[in-house]
Ligand binder design. Sequence first.
Ligand SMILES: *C/C=C(C)/C=C/C=C(C)/C=C/C1=C(C)CCCC1(C)C
Length: 236
Amino acid sequence: MLLNLISFLPAPLDPSDGVGISFWVITMAMVAATAFFFLETQRAEGKWKTSLVVAGLVTMVAAFHYFYMRGEWDEHKTSPTVYRYIDWLITVPLQMVEFYLILAAITKVPSGIFWRLLIGTIVMLVGGYAGEAGLVESRMMAFAVGIAGWAFILYEIFAGQASKICAASAPAGVKKAYGVLRIIVSLGWSIYPLGYLLGGGDNEAMLNVVYNIADFVNKIAFGAIIWSIATAKHED
Ligand SMILES: *C/C=C(C)/C=C/C=C(C)/C=C/C1=C(C)CCCC1(C)C
């Protein structure tokens, strides 16, 4: 029993393995962020609690995937591509739900917004996965498909119906937060395709460090913005 337990303990971190250390640090950050977002729902009012719960779900799902991804990296020094993409396939749609929720907290919103954001997400991730898992011959062609999915999301939140509803109905505080979330989805997310390009060939260390940093920014900072509006005072 005790021996079994010990075999579950990770191998000691190698100080020269920067990628392994980045996996460890991000794992802990996701755990801490999850506890924080869930506990802070106590301070949020009404409908804003839901947005904050979803922010906590994003970091919680990521934390679990990071436990496994870290293990795979430690043992085999290979990219945990399948875990990575399953994580994204769950957490990115949850983040798209957030756009819908923060608008729904202030006004009536058609569900088409959510569905379009979901379709963009799926196209983006299927393209990326096909390229990284070697399912298609051209890694760059798969990349282009992924970029198209991302562009579709950006259109919706910068110029499509979501942005119009926000501009027309959101109070100043929500507008500001929506604007910061948009910057995350454009600038923050651009780290991912950069990782894809830099991590081409056999450069798995680069690929994973960049993706790890990107997840740290785009899951925790994204949640922190949600937290700031969810715990602000609203007059609705
Ligand atoms: C929490 C995880 C997040 C926010 C993951 C986001 C992932 C992306 C924005 C991935 C983007 C990609 C492209 C735009 C092109 C194809 C390659 C990808 C999948 C890395």
